[in-house]
Design a protein. Structure first.
Length: 543
């Protein structure tokens, strides 16, 4: 199951008609293709518009060359259905968009439309799903359901794609890493940005930088600072208000800047003496000259014992004065190991004197495996040298065009990153831009319907169906099974023959330990409506 699905479904009850509209106010009955209206008119003209139709919404292939998909977007679909009514303004626009020969009675018909005759069964949001199995079954008057095709496919397509992308990033990064979605600036417009934040959280990310998504959905917000903040400073002299009260409030350090500078000098001296000590040790093993050469090259190359950038130090001190309890510094504006990390450490040590614990650093360029390992060594050396508990565990965040492949490469090389900030590749779904969700008629007036195709993968599977997930002894799912609506359901401990829908040679007997019906009713239509609807939302955002 998806990481978020592990939280378990959280059922909420809503009053009929009291369901909020879609998050994006652009999601209206007009957010559909013109041909849905022309077909609706032709159904109406032919007197067919009330015929009871069943459509399946599904996809044909898992995205990103993968083996699974995370189903997302259902809540927004229900919000659309619950509020599906045309305004006079919208009807007037449709009138101008259809040929003038269309009869006035059709617009009266549109005026009366809502989704009280529509029934929606669906798999719960956040579930792992597979090709060809209906994610949603939409049943209702053919003309109404036809109008729903485009917005429903639209609401599921990107949501499921990006949730899957997020789940795949989570899988590669591992459970213990913090995953931060940083994609708003690179997303496909405002809706892409809001959707990415919502569905990346559903797919297993921990937080977003997107403030609007934090407000709308209660997703935890996280962030660091940018290079602009660092490069906006010139020198520590710019800092006017230099005092900082200790964490417990018991004392005030009047000149925090000087305290940081003292630590910067101590760090430099200490590291030089550590290096000298190592050189003496090595000389005893008759490798003195070789190591001396090597040590000199470290001094020149690594340079962590030389001068750090003072404007960067000023930026870090200012940030620490503003956020002493949440100090996190971007260390790659000038030079990570020569300047950023020692400057961060000097500020963190000064904060430590006042009882604060610095959060960590962010790396945003260069070889992230190497730099994270070097930084960790540096933090551990400080912990050891100054006896500062857990300094070696100071958090390292990495960003910069990360994607599944770079995360995998970092794992293979070995790294010390605790948190990844991921934007562009995640939210734009760079590796695959669309899921290819389709919406196909499978039954009308209780008669099955099929769409044939030269391409066997495009042949639709007719009939109103039920779908089951069969679980094995260890509690893992074995197979998803589709049956006709009125066929007897599979039963636990009873052997059942499962066949691939198109490949006769793929078949297997399965004895399930447990059977789960996958599609549940999320919108019962008028038949079950007695003032209240029970809507079984998987609500990720309520706790
Ligand atoms: N150890 C690593 N293994 C694999 N990929 C890495 C590793 N470290 C960083 N990367 C990735 O390599 C790319 C780094 O690109 P590149 O070196 O061109 O830019 P940069 O480090 O941002 O440098 P600059 O910003 O100075 O141009 C990023 O996509 C980053 O995620
Ligand atoms: O790299 P992404 O996965 O999209 O993550 C978000 C990026 O956005 C920010 O910088 P921005 O890209 O705006 O500037 P930069 O490339 O110069 O760092 C941030 O520093 C990250 O690098
Ligand atoms: O908070 C951050 O560090 C951040 C936010 C968005 C994009 N890049 C970085
Ligand atoms: Mg960038």
């Amino acid at each position: 199951m998806a990481a978020a699905a592990a939280n378990g479904p959280n059922k909420v009850e809503k009053r009929a008609g009291g369901i909020d509209g879609p998050t994006n106010p652009m999601v209206t009955p007009l957010l559909t293709d013109l041909y849905q209206f022309t077909m609706a008119y032709a159904y109406w003209k032919a007197g067919k518009h009330k015929e009871r139709a069943v459509f399946d919404l599904y996809f044909r292939r898992n995205p990103f060359g993968g083996e699974y998909t995370v189903f997302a977007g259902l809540e927004e679909c229900i919000k659309l259905i619950a509020n599906f009514r045309f305004t006079e303004d919208e009807i007037a626009f449709i009138k101008t968009s259809l040929p003038s020969s269309c009869e006035a009675g059709f617009y009266d018909y549109l005026r009366g439309i809502d989704c009280s005759d529509v029934e929606i069964h669906a798999i719960s949001e956040g579930y792992v799903v597979f090709p060809k199995i209906p994610l949603m079954r939409i049943e209702g008057p053919v003309a109404v359901v036809q109008l729903l095709e485009t917005p429903l496919v639209n609401l599921i397509n990107y949501a499921s794609l990006v949730a899957t992308n997020a789940a795949r990033h989570r899988f590669v990064a591992g459970k213990s890493k913090l995953l931060l979605e940083f994609g708003l600036r690179r997303a496909q417009g405002p809706d892409g940005g809001i959707g990415a934040s919502k569905y990346c959280y559903m797919g297993g990310f921990d937080a977003t930088s997107n403030v609007a998504a934090g407000k709308l959905f209660g997703i935890p917000l996280r962030g660091t600072h940018s290079h602009a903040f660092v490069s906006s400073f010139m020198s520590p002299d710019e800092i006017i208000e230099k005092s900082l009260r200790s964490c417990d409030g018991s004392k005030v350090c009047e000149d925090f800047v000087s305290l940081v500078q003292t630590w910067a000098i101590m760090l430099k001296n200490c590291m030089l003496s550590c290096l000298a000590y190592e050189v003496v040790l090595v000389s005893k093993q008759l490798l003195y000259f070789l190591m001396k050469l090597n040590a000199m090259s470290i001094i020149e190359k690594g340079g962590i014992f030389g001068e750090t950038n003072q404007s960067e130090l000023a930026a870090f001190v200012s940030y620490a004065l503003a956020f002493p309890k949440n100090f996190l510094a971007l260390v790659d504006t000038y030079d990570v190991m020569r300047s950023g990390v020692p400057n961060f450490s000097a500020v963190a040590l000064a904060l430590n004197d006042l009882g604060y614990k610095a959060v960590g650093i962010r790396l945003d360029s260069g070889d992230l495996a190497y730099l994270s390992c070097e930084t960790r060594k540096f933090f551990r050396a400080i912990e050891k040298e100054f006896g500062i508990r857990d300094f070696g565990k100071t958090s390292i965040t990495a960003s910069n065009d990360l994607n599944e492949e770079t995360l995998d490469a970092l794992n293979k090389q070995g790294h010390e990153v605790d948190a990844f900030g991921i934007g562009t590749h995640l939210v734009t779904c760079y590796a695959q831009p669309a899921l290819g969700v389709v919406f196909k008629l499978v039954e009308i007036n209780n008669q099955p319907r099929i769409k044939l195709s030269e391409d066997v993968s495009k042949v639709s599977i007719p009939c109103k169906k039920r779908c089951y997930r069969l679980y094995g002894k260890e509690g893992y799912p074995l197979v998803d099974l589709m049956t006709g609506e009125n066929e007897p359901p599979p039963k636990a401990a009873e052997r059942i023959l499962c066949r691939h829908p198109f490949n006769e040679s793929k078949r297997a007997y399965v004895v399930p330990q447990r059977v789960e019906e996958l599609m549940k009713c999320f919108w019962p239509g008028r038949s079950d409506c007695r003032g209240y609807f029970r809507i079984a939302f998987v609500d990720y955002f309520s706790d």
